[in-house]
Write a protein that binds this ligand. Structure first.
Ligand SMILES: Cc1ncc(C[n+]2csc(CCOP(=O)(O)OP(=O)(O)O)c2C)c(N)n1
Ligand SMILES: [Mg+2]
Length: 340
């Protein structure tokens, strides 16, 4: 878990630097090596490793727009994920999905920029596992700002009615962009919503990977043993802005700086030292993680960009082979100049 947490943190810090390349002197979001938005999850690593270290490749994980820590903990190919983030042809989605749309079928991982969107597919994966008599489970990650979304609540209902092997993991980082949780969501402990759906709920209210691992062990074990879903909320801390370029003018300084006292990586390092792991070993893990991150980024940046023509591949608007489009010719019919 420590190795994955350190890898995720170093990865995010590296992306933070790479992202700004070419975006200055103003902030041109479309310029540079990593075009588009970038949401970093530094500070949230405990929620990723504590759950994903109970999972196998055939278990499904869906993540939201802040996905890298979860992808790393689930074992997504770091090289191809990085190529995807840099928009390269050899990326997981041929460079067309970008950082919010990572798909790795080898380890059953997907993420989406639409918040709570991962919940229904995770329920679908859990239903599929049940129908196949497999003991695979599914995990849907979402932020606390997404728990008022209908898709999440509908998913809780369906998971409970069908007793499905799914765990919903809410990463509570206190903020939905600039909106503090207390202003828009009740109850404060989101896991209590499980009661209304007659399912198990639990909350881990410290940024502690071991505590998450223990709570997730129960939840994943319950799902794997055929004993139904769980809603698990985990308190985490968003160290960075909502997205790269966020001036965070809305955020009290004390909250911004709180990570110094509550860093989950420091906490786990202290725990490992207590258990007899020495500093040399921890440094060795850090060095190996730094090398892995550097290799992934270096490799990704050497990869080709997709051909412009490839923009038309893999999109739903392509008519299937042998079918001609019945779109009216441009300028013909009622649609011309119409109201869309
Ligand atoms: C359905 C939908 N509505 C609005 C947005 C815009 N949006 C992107 S992130 C975000 C806030 C998410 O907050 P939270 O779920 O707490 O996740 P966090 O960013 O804190 O990780 C919103 C509203 C979206 N992506 N999808
Ligand atoms: Mg949030």
């Amino acid at each position: 878990m420590f190795e994955d947490m350190v890898t995720a943190r170093l990865y995010e810090e590296r992306l933070q630097n790479e992202y700004m390349e070419g975006k200055r002197p103003g902030f041109d979001i479309s310029a540079g090596e990593i075009p588009g938005e970038l949401h970093l999850a530094a500070g949230q690593e405990a929620a990723a490793v504590g759950v994903c270290h109970h999972l196998r490749d055939d278990d499904t994980v869906t993540a939201p727009h802040r996905p890298h820590h979860v992808a790393i903990a689930k074992g997504v190919d770091l090289d191809r994920m990085t190529a995807e983030i840099f928009g390269r042809e050899t990326g997981l989605s041929s460079g067309k999905g970008g950082h919010m749309h990572l798909f790795d079928p080898d380890v059953n991982f997907a993420c989406s920029g639409i918040i709570a969107q991962g919940c229904p597919p995770a329920v679908g994966a859990a239903l599929a596992a049940k129908k196949r008599n497999s003991d695979a489970v599914a995990v849907a990650y979402l932020g606390e700002g997404a728990i008022d979304q209908g898709g999440f609540l509908e998913s809780l209902n369906m998971a409970s009615v069908h007793d499905l092997p799914v765990v919903f993991v809410v990463e509570d980082n206190d903020w939905a962009i600039s909106m503090p949780k207390a202003r828009v969501t009740t109850p404060d402990d989101g896991s209590k919503r499980a009661d209304g759906f007659d399912m198990h709920g639990a909350r881990v209210d410290v940024d502690d990977a071991v505590a998450v691992y223990e709570a997730a062990g129960e939840a994943v074990g319950r799902a794997r043993d055929g004993n139904g879903p769980t809603l698990l909320e985990v308190q985490v801390h968003r160290r960075m802005g909502h997205f790269m370029g966020d001036p965070e003018t809305y955020r009290p300084e004390a909250d911004q700086e709180a990570h110094a006292e509550r860093d989950s990586i420091d906490r786990l390092a202290a725990r490992l030292r207590e258990e007899g792991v020495d500093d040399d070993e921890l440094d060795g893990i850090r060095d190996a993680a730094a090398e892995r991150v550097d290799e992934a980024v270096t490799w990704a940046k050497q990869q080709p960009l997709p051909e412009a023509d490839a923009a038309h591949d893999h999109v739903f608007t392509n008519p299937p082979e042998g079918v001609t489009s019945d779109e009216p010719e441009p300028g013909a019919g009622a649609a011309a100049g119409g109201d869309d």
